[in-house]
Design a protein around this ligand. Structure first.
Ligand SMILES: *Cc1c(COP(=O)(O)O)cnc(C)c1O
Length: 220
């Protein structure tokens, strides 16, 4: 099937209130353009330099989301245009994003990444770490970032029950921080979870954003 056909099929399964991030990492511009011509506008990338190049070469009304682990020294490559950074997991990174956002005279929307999988290697905050960060005086000084929700990746497993529990956990983390610290901020509203293999489950558990790559563009 073509990229346009894959997209159409996936969109049929996604309710209107859920945003689809088409994960185009490693894929060439032609593939992205095919999805763009089929109406897709939000794309996700996980390498700053690759994203920088694609942003310069592709239509300017694309909303670029950064979905991977971001190193502080690479923030500068994406700060001028990135629409949402999904994987923020330290105050140091937030401070760097704030600094680059200020240089570009903008506010950069970010999601806090939480560790919900039981795999050692995954990045992300614990609830305690996030609490500490958000209550830190240094956090309240950051005027050029906007925390808009949470993001997480489930364990890579066939065990649907486990994935279900992990998504449920992220949803409860979202609700906790919404009530605790972001009650007054309407823009704190996003739960980014679900990929090609598990996005339907993620939507059932409350995802507002799904990140889908291989089901649209084929295997990497
Ligand atoms: C690659 C990637 C995806 C997309 O994965 P697929 O299985 O290809 O849909 C989603 N989220 C993150 C953070 C990724 O790195």
């Amino acid at each position: 099937m073509s990229i346009a056909e894959n997209l159409a099929k996936i969109k049929e399964t996604i309710p209107n209130h859920v945003k689809l991030v088409a994960v185009s990492k490693t894929k060439p511009n032609e593939a992205i353009l095919e999805a763009y011509q089929a109406g897709q506008r939000i794309f996700g990338e996980n390498r700053p330099q690759e994203l920088q190049k694609k942003q310069a070469e592709l239509p300017f009304d694309i909303e670029w989301h950064f979905i991977g682990h971001l190193q502080t020294n690479k923030v500068k490559y994406i700060a001028p245009y990135v629409s949402l950074i999904h994987g923020v997991d330290s105050l140091k990174l937030l401070q760097e994003i704030n600094k680059e956002a200020l240089k570009n005279k903008r506010v950069i929307p970010c999601l806090l990444e939480f560790r919900i999988a039981n795999e050692e290697t995954k990045f992300g905050l614990s609830i305690e770490e996030a609490k500490e960060m958000l209550k830190n005086a240094a956090f309240s000084e950051l005027q050029n970032i906007s925390i808009q929700g949470v993001m997480g990746m489930a364990t890579y497993t066939e065990d649907k029950e486990q994935i279900f529990r992990e998504f449920k956990k992220l949803k409860s983390i979202f609700t906790f921080f919404k009530e605790e610290l972001f009650e007054q901020q309407d823009s704190f509203s996003e739960i980014s979870m679900g990929m090609s293999g598990d996005y339907l489950l993620a939507i059932k558990e409350g995802a507002t954003m799904v990140r889908i790559g291989s089901s649209i563009f084929g295997n990497r």
